[in-house]
Write a protein of this length. Structure first.
Length: 483
């Protein structure tokens, strides 16, 4: 073989390897998108589900709540299993579980059957998404390529909820709530085939290398109890014995987990992960902005429908500009911007944009014109999340060793889900409390609802500002790669 033929062969192998890596990224982001979308895709269909399956009003909350309990509660364990058993194996298994349980949910004929199916769906979602960031940072070692790949994952995380609301509204209107779940089946089967083909197989060291099952049971219980506590607050109140009791139990279990990790020979969450300033700060910032992000999506749909009178389809379309902008920045610009300005600067630019958009929504009048009063806020919030979230995730994974990438990815996603659940609960309770106060004072229903949502947006803006201050104070200025 001549020298030119050797060069051509090497170039062909490199080109094939590159195509395989980017195809693998598409598969990974498809799994993440399906998991995130299914948190919100049923929201608009809930009234129809209640009528068809005979849910009570309080029981209806478990169509979403059960999914969140399993999803958030099992992320950390799933991430560690990915490090031990192989991340591809855990991801593919999660995809199978998620796809099969989606068919189960779509075929549900009673309320208990649907709730049980949603729990299994949450288990599959946890297994899929827990290992994703770890797989991405392993696949893409070049700084620019990694920024692009993490930007794609950031788009899925930030925009998935809005996409779910949009798709759920459209599918429910043209078909039925059953189709909302059945939609996952063909997509899942196709993606599963690509996953088997394009994801690189890897052999983990096995369960004996670090299977802290006691710690896993403790932290999984803590997260599940915590999520359960949060999603029931709206019904029982923050100061109720129910909330205080289960909240205390969750904190006690987390304390027991921390104690266990300091003494376990092979801890589930290695303490070395928490010695990195960037990893810790990225998780704190993620927790804060996740609450604002989840709250923004739900409160905005409620405002558009309850105050401005939008139908399901129009409300979904009104939310669409935010994920479009998130996608434009995350997929097209974030890698170049991070490469030029660094992670920290992108975080410090993006967070104020989110806060500004939330404050604009807090000032929306009851007779708002969409283009003038709502659209600018959607664009600002989309630009903020598209700029900040990929940079936050890249910062959080920058110091993580390859052997810990699954665990770190599971931790990051658990924080994202837990922060989102708490933020959504807090903002919902804030809005409800303010609305009830205004109604008692003699305000009309629309004015009272609008007043409640305005306070919720303002609180969300304060939370994002706290994330900005945390990042600005604790993250040190460094090189343009974020170091």
């Amino acid at each position: 073989m001549t020298e030119s033929e050797t060069v051509e062969a090497q170039s062909a192998r490199t080109s094939t390897r590159d195509r395989t890596r980017w195809a693998a990224l598409v598969v990974l982001c498809t799994g993440a998108l399906m998991a995130i979308v299914d948190e919100t895709i049923v929201n608009i269909a809930l009234p129809v589900i209640r009528r068809d399956l005979g849910f009570t009003q309080s029981g209806l909350a478990w169509v979403t709540g059960t999914y969140l309990v399993a999803y958030a509660g099992l992320l950390l364990l799933s991430g560690r299993l990915g490090d031990l058993l192989g991340r591809k194996r855990v991801f593919v298994t999660g995809f199978v579980v998620f796809t099969a349980s989606s068919a189960w949910c779509g075929a549900a004929w009673t309320a208990p059957v649907l709730v049980a199916g949603r729990f299994v769906q949450g288990l599959g979602a946890a297994m899929m998404t827990a290992v994703l960031l770890g797989m991405i940072v392993t696949l893409f070692t070049d700084t620019r390529e990694r920024a692009t790949a993490i930007g794609a994952f950031g788009f899925v995380q930030a925009a998935g909820g809005s996409i779910g609301t949009f798709v759920g509204g459209m599918v429910t209107e043209v078909a039925s709530w059953h189709a909302v779940f059945f939609l996952n089946v063909p997509i899942g089967l196709i993606a599963l085939g690509f996953a088997v083909r394009f994801l690189a197989s890897e052999r983990g060291p096995g369960l004996a290398a670090g299977a802290d099952f006691t710690g896993a049971a403790i932290v999984t219980s803590a997260l599940m109890v915590g999520i359960y506590t949060v999603i029931t607050v709206e019904d029982v109140g923050w100061g109720s014995p129910h909330t205080i009791g289960f909240g205390a139990l969750s904190l006690a279990l987390l304390g027991a987990f921390a104690w266990r990790q300091r003494r376990a020979a092979r801890p589930l969450l290695p303490p070395r992960l928490l010695r990195s300033r960037r990893t810790v700060v990225a998780n704190v910032v993620t927790f804060l902005i996740a609450g604002a992000m989840f709250g923004f999506m739900i409160v905005s749909v409620l405002m558009l429908r309850g105050v401005l009178g939008y139908g399901a389809r129009d409300a979904a379309l009104a939310m669409l500009p935010a994920p479009v902008v998130i996608g434009t920045i995350s997929l097209g610009l974030s890698a170049r911007l991070i490469g030029r300005f660094g992670h920290r600067r992108m975080i410090l630019v993006g967070l104020p944009l989110i806060a500004a958009g939330l404050l604009l929504l807090a000032r929306v009048p009851h007779d708002a014109a969409y283009v003038v009063d709502v659209l600018p806020a959607m664009l600002l919030i989309g630009a903020g999340f598209g700029s900040a979230l990929p940079a936050v995730m890249a910062t959080g994974m920058a110091d993580v060793a390859p052997d810990d990438s699954g665990t770190a990815s599971g931790l990051f996603n658990a924080v994202l889900q837990f922060g989102g659940a708490i933020g959504l609960s807090v903002l919902t309770v804030v809005a409800t409390t303010r609305t009830e106060t205004l109604l008692t004072g003699g305000s009309g229903e629309r004015e009272a609802l609008l007043g409640g949502y305005a306070v919720a947006y303002a609180v969300a803006a304060v939370v994002v500002t706290a994330a900005f201050v945390t990042a600005a104070v604790v993250l040190r200025t460094g090189r343009t790669d974020g170091r």
